[in-house]
Write a protein that binds this ligand. Sequence first.
Ligand SMILES: [Zn+2]
Length: 169
Amino acid sequence: MSDANEWQNQNISVGIHPWDVTEDWQKNIPYIIRWISQPQTKAIGEIGLDKIKGPRLSLQKEAFIEQALLAEKVQKPVIIHCVKAIDELLSIKKEINPQQRWIFHGFRGKPQQMQQLLNAGFYISFGEHFNAKSVKQCPIDRMFIESDDSHLIYKEIKANICSLINDKE
Ligand SMILES: [Zn+2]
């Protein structure tokens, strides 16, 4: 990945995933800065918080906040990876008050939790596994669909989600 030209025809997102945050994560920031200003970089992510996997949460928080602030600087949206850390995520968003979109990726939670996120201005991205009630209740203009690392192709996931949206009433 040393040469930006290799990627010039692909849309990418760039960021240090919470699982990959190391004690010396700061040393990767110049590299991140160089990449996020590239036109093919459409988003910053996945960045976020994970209480199940990865290093201690305080370290994850530092890396997350710094990268979220970089996203504000380059005015690009953020793709959030968050596992069992919604309260922390909500308080960080409140603190930063970002102007850029924050997209919660792979959302599997219940409608009540989704509502908390929607109220805080989040966009919700659904993948292969989702709570059907949440999909039905999610406003279309706040929704994304993703394949992530699923074995299903994007089209299949989209079809599953759209069938739920269509029988809303
Ligand atoms: Zn993720």
